[in-house]
Ligand binder design. Structure first.
Ligand code: G1P
Length: 293
């Protein structure tokens, strides 16, 4: 079995109801943070971690994602004619090598576990990554690269982990790390969206996973869990006693772009962090804070 993580799944079938009407005719993964769509940050992060094959689990109305990662012959010709070299270079960055990108449809929105299972034939019998584009992570070393580094040491399953406040544990998959501390913690239990007051800890799974292919066998059962959905967390939980399983408290700032405030925060943070936009954004925030105080 390949030891290296070469393939990544991007579940992009979700409806994006929280961003309506913006997402009525546009996939939520195409919402821009500053000047690039959310999905591109996820793909770039995967590339930086050495991923070579990109598998999108899509749904109805998601064709803009396919177009985004494709050549745009007319646009490129126009930019070339007008000597817009910078814009051309930005476009080239969106291209993935021919044949390295595959799409499979999740025909019904039955949950994250079901979406991942839909990609089983494309992944085959090797470890793979899953990236949820809603979770945007700003980090010096891209989060998935931090995780593949851990994977090379530990093998087995590795999930990204982050402490969340008590009143938010019911929104996440929560890790029981048996009280372990440190960056890399053995996972002893996992529970999807525990009811308030029942979470085994405050350590939440964030949308980055390195998983062993045996998880597909567990997903095959098609058992439903929290919210009546087929949950990835439940399938992962059944691997814990059989395989190495670690949570990595990654370094970096995570933005929940599935939430309006989180999405705004990401836009502001990414703008502030850029040389071309940082100073202007800082002035703008100061001015607006006074104007709308
Ligand atoms: C999904 C997972 C959950 C995880 C979360 C991270 O939930 O099911 O375990 O903690 O992503 O963002 P969702 O946000 O899709 O409800």
């Amino acid at each position: 079995m390949a030891k290296r993580v070469r393939k990544a799944i991007f579940p992009v079938g979700g409806m994006g109801t929280r961003f309506l009407p913006a997402t009525k005719a546009m996939p939520k993964e195409m919402l821009p943070v500053v000047d690039r769509p959310l999905i591109q940050y996820a793909v770039d992060e995967a590339r930086a971690a050495g991923i070579e094959q990109f598998i999108f689990v899509t749904g109805r109305g998601k064709s803009a994602i396919e177009d985004h990662f494709d050549h745009s012959v007319e646009l490129e010709a126009l930019l070339r004619d007008r000597d817009k070299d910078d814009a051309l270079a930005d476009l080239r960055e969106t291209l993935l090598p021919p044949g390295d990108i595959a799409y499979v449809r999740q025909q019904e929105p039955l949950g994250l576990g079901h979406a991942v299972w839909c990609a089983r034939h494309l992944v085959g019998d090797e470890p793979f990554a899953v990236l949820l584009a809603d979770d945007l992570i700003m980090a010096d070393t891209p989060c998935l690269k931090q995780m593949t580094d851990v994977f090379e040491e530990t093998g087995g399953n590795v999930v990204a982990a982050m402490e969340v406040p008590d009143d938010q544990t019911s929104r996440y998959g929560i890790i029981d790390a048996g009280g372990a501390t440190g960056d890399v913690r053995p996972v002893e239990g996992l529970v999807e969206k525990p009811a308030a007051g029942t979470a085994p800890s405050n350590l939440a799974v964030i949308g980055r996973y390195i998983l062993m292919p045996e998880v597909f066998t567990e997903l095959e059962r098609q058992e439903t869990g929290a919210g009546g959905e087929i949950q990835l967390t439940d399938a992962m939980a059944r691997l814990i006693d059989r395989q190495a399983f670690h949570g990595l408290a990654f370094e970096g700032e995570r933005f929940d772009c599935g939430d309006k405030l989180g999405f705004l925060e990401a836009n502001i943070a990414f703008a502030l962090s850029r040389d071309d936009l940082g100073p202007g954004t800082r002035d703008m925030i100061a001015r607006l804070s006074k104007a709308f105080a």
